[in-house]
Design a protein around this ligand. Structure first.
Ligand code: PLP
Length: 412
């Protein structure tokens, strides 16, 4: 009889072949002390964090820390129940009201994570006889969410509005509802959805709704940080926005906002909302305060984008391949997983933490050193990060050492 975990044996063998030499393991990074939004002690070394998704650096905002402490003292460490049973506190409603104000929408539902928001909404919204048309590069939580739906799932080519149009045209005579699912900024490569084109396609067809996961674009894009729909000026055309508090908002939790008049029905039918414990009061309080800081965070957004451009341009100038320009996600594409692991190890040993992302978790089978910027990174930190990338990339033979390049230039 097959062992319980036998089917994972090839994966584990591959993991051991790549990582089993006792050196730093990307799956076992432990931050023993968090020194600030941008630095931590890892294996006894001061390390610059460039892989946190803490885009605005709000994890230590004094106003949010105070609100969290006050809520902890007043309401305790947890709700010990789901929103529907005993887990809705005043703070949850205040947070939902704050989300409605922030997004200028009529309805908001808070979930315990962004993953659960996608799981809950996507498995519930469309039923048998309906269609979900999702971008092929969508996040794992979107894939898991749609898998739980009775609707037919259709993937369209990443960021290809013409492909979406073609697939919707094939459904023209089918009576069911259709839901397009995209992300504002895609998490791995940091590229934006062609939202204006997707909205134009949506409007060409009947019974089509649009849901955008704005996990990486809330706080980052738009004058008030409402994400890609605000930046593009088509907020009324996006029927459902899903998001997370675990990135720009600097804590944990997920949400969905909408103007759909029947939205509140979802509270009675969404299993990932009903059958799981609600967020602790301290988290809810800090999320509420940080939403205000996100809204008024124009200066932070400017600093974030300046930092993103500096790192993106600095790494490109070294001769490294960066997936997207002008994005807070700066993903360096390595030629293969072995090089990517050597690169990642060199960086962490030299005091720079980025995310190692390998296939099949990545689009196009890319092996990535994924950096995400923070408004709180200083110029000096980013200069140090670029210098360490240069040193490590040269050491593993990905680029020529700086001295050689300089000499070459000198002799013409
Ligand atoms: C696009 C996208 N959606 C959803 C999530 C899930 O968010 P959370 O961390 O709140 O579960 C993530 C997190 O990485 C994400 O990148």
């Amino acid at each position: 009889m097959a062992g319980l975990f036998d089917r994972f044996a090839p994966l584990m063998a591959q993991r051991d072949a790549f990582l089993g030499d006792g050196r730093a393991d990307p799956f076992k990074v432990k931050m023993d002390q968090v020194l600030s939004q941008t630095e931590a002690m890892i294996a006894g070394k001061r390390t610059i964090l460039v892989g946190t998704n803490n885009y605005l650096g709000l994890t230590f905002a004094p106003e949010a820390l105070k609100a969290a402490h006050d809520a902890l003292d007043a309401f305790g460490t947890g709700t010990t129940g789901s929103r529907v049973a005993n887990g809705t506190y005043g703070g949850h409603k205040e947070l939902e009201n704050a989300l409605c104000d922030f997004f200028e929408k009529d309805h908001a539902m808070v979930f315990s994570t962004g993953f659960l928001a996608n799981l809950g909404i996507l498995s519930t919204l469309m039923g048998a006889g309906d269609y979900i048309l999702m971008d092929a590069d969508c996040h794992a939580s979107i894939y898991d969410g749609v898998r739980g739906s009775a609707a037919e799932i259709i993937r369209f080519k990443h960021n290809d509005a013409a492909d979406l149009d073609k697939r919707l045209a094939r459904l023209a005579n089918k009576p069911g509802n259709k839901l397009i699912v995209i992300e504002g900024i895609y998490s791995m490569l940091g590229d934006k959805a062609p939202l204006a084109e997707i909205v134009a396609v949506k409007k060409k067809h009947e019974n089509v709704y649009l849901l955008s996961d704005e996990a990486h674009s809330v706080g980052v894009l738009g004058k008030y940080g409402r994400g890609l729909p605000e930046e593009v000026g088509c907020e009324d055309d996006v029927d459902f926005i899903v998001g997370t508090f675990s990135k720009s908002v600097g804590t944990v939790g997920g949400f969905c906002v909408s103007n759909h008049p029947d939205f509140e029905t979802l509270r009675l039918v969404t299993r990932a909302y009903i059958f799981t414990a609600s967020l602790p009061p301290s988290v809810v309080a800090s999320a509420t305060v940080n939403l205000g800081l996100v809204k008024n965070g124009g200066a932070l957004r400017k600093r974030l984008m300046r930092n993103a451009q500096k790192l993106g341009q600095g790494l490109t100038a070294l001769g490294l391949k960066v997936a997207s320009a002008d994005s807070p996600v700066v993903a360096v594409v390595a030629p293969d997983p072995v090089v990517a692991i050597a690169f990642w190890r060199g960086l962490i040993e030299a005091g720079v933490y980025v995310n190692l992302a390998l296939p099949p978790a990545t689009p196009y089978g890319y092996s990535l050193l994924r950096a995400s910027l923070c408004a709180a990174h200083t110029e000096e930190q980013l200069d140090e990060v670029i210098a360490i990338f240069a040193e490590v990339a040269a050491k593993i033979g990905l680029i020529e050492p700086a001295t050689k390049v300089a000499k070459k230039t000198a002799v013409g």
